[in-house]
Write a protein that binds this ligand. Structure first.
Ligand code: SF4
Length: 381
């Protein structure tokens, strides 16, 4: 196992924590059971949602209002994005991790097959992905500074520029100067998921590793924007704790970021707990599809401009129904092991996928629904 030292924590850059305190402050005293139909109807009429309106749309009372919420969300999505839906694929270039997250197959205590691609292997993966027509890629590593160093990730990003017009990264949180370095190498987007905004639960499920530092993770998006990144992704792992509270906090996290950095392209992801290595049962907080849809619709009503990604954790039928309605980006041709697009996977997968369709099949689905598949919406000068 890789050792974590005090220096790993000392290295963490601290920035103003005002945003985090605002989000956590909004959670205090929040009681979703107190919302009524009247609160939901008022929220549906609101032009801009207040935190209270947003909470109403996430409450159990809004479960009976999915249809009007969907109508509003569709209007907002079409007004901002038209019929366009962006396609991308994730590529795991490594799966080493130093964190002990009890809910994840990559957990450093799990005995899984670990691996890391060489630059030659990464190039072959990029070539195979680019051949499918995709021009947007999300590079993932697991979270290990020693195995997936900043320079290794920088090299992979720089290489990706030869094949892709938009490059996202989902790696361990960095300091501002480190994000600036990756932005200079060609990275556009940074996704970091807080997993849960319940600080007590956060401590219980992150047993060791740098991820134990809630605040450092919370401020990753802000440091990325200060480092010059064009956009950031926000999300909670729905089902880990109380999904309504976590969705509420993630929504406000995004909203406050947007207010503070109006130029930033903000997006949401809505990962749900999935079966993974060493966990095949169901958890007490599991989120079902109507609830997942409710969260997505509430996000759209809160932030009409925000991108909303739908991953292959979800089954094909659900994904097909949310693109155009509320989701603006969909993954295709996905592998969640290390590599696997061109060569044999070099490491185990993080979670099971539910929609194995190829890029061609996803394109056909979008076309059949009158949607326009978009491979690139950005020109690198
Ligand atoms: S959730 Fe992320 S940080 Fe935690 S064990 Fe999995 S890959 Fe590592």
């Amino acid at each position: 196992m890789q050792r974590i030292t005090k220096a790993d924590f000392d290295h963490m850059q601290r920035i103003d924590e005002e945003l985090m305190h605002r989000v956590l402050g909004e959670l205090e005293g929040l009681d979703f059971a107190s919302f009524t139909s009247r609160d939901v109807q008022a929220a549906l009429q609101a032009k801009e949602l207040s935190p209270v309106d947003f909470a109403a749309l996430l409450s159990p009372a809004a479960g009976a209002y999915l249809e009007p919420m969907a109508q509003k969300a569709k209007r907002l999505t079409q007004a901002q994005f038209g019929n366009a839906v962006c396609l991308y694929t994730p590529l795991y270039i490594a799966n080493y991790c130093v964190n002990e997250c009890v809910y994840c197959g990559f957990n450093c205590k799990n005995h899984i097959h670990r691996g890391k691609l060489s630059m030659d292997e990464i190039r072959r993966e990029y070539e195979a992905i680019a051949k499918t027509g995709l021009r947007e890629i999300l590079i993932l590593t697991g979270e290990s500074r020693s195995q997936s160093s900043l320079s290794y990730i920088g090299e992979a990003v720089s290489l990706a520029k030869e094949y892709f017009s938009t490059i996202g990264i989902e790696i361990y949180p960095l300091n501002v100067d480190e994000y600036a370095f990756l932005q200079q190498q060609g990275a556009d987007f940074v996704s970091v998921y807080q997993e849960t905004y319940d600080t007590h639960l956060y401590d219980q499920v992150h047993l060791s590793g740098p991820k134990c530092d809630f605040s450092y993770r919370f401020h990753a998006q802000e440091r990325a924007l200060l480092g010059g990144m064009r956009g950031v992704g926000v999300g909670a792992l729905l089902g880990l704790g109380d999904f309504r509270r976590d969705a509420f906090a993630a929504g406000l996290h995004a909203k406050f970021l947007q207010q503070k950095y109006p130029h930033a392209e903000i997006s949401f992801s809505v990962p749900r707990m999935r079966p993974y290595i060493n966990r095949t049962d169901h958890g007490p907080n599991d989120v079902h599809e109507p609830q997942l849809l409710q969260v997505m619709l509430a996000y759209r009503c809160l932030l009409p401009f925000a991108g909303l990604n739908i991953s292959t954790r979800e089954r094909a039928g659900f994904r097909d129904n949310v693109v155009g309605l509320v989701a603006t980006k969909i993954s295709a041709g996905v592998k969640t092991g290390v590599g696997g697009h061109e060569e044999q996977e070099k490491g185990d997968a993080q979670f099971e996928i539910s929609d194995p369709r190829s890029v061609r099949e996803i394109r056909e689905m979008l076309q059949s629904r009158g949607l326009q598949e978009v491979f690139t919406d950005y020109i690198r000068l």
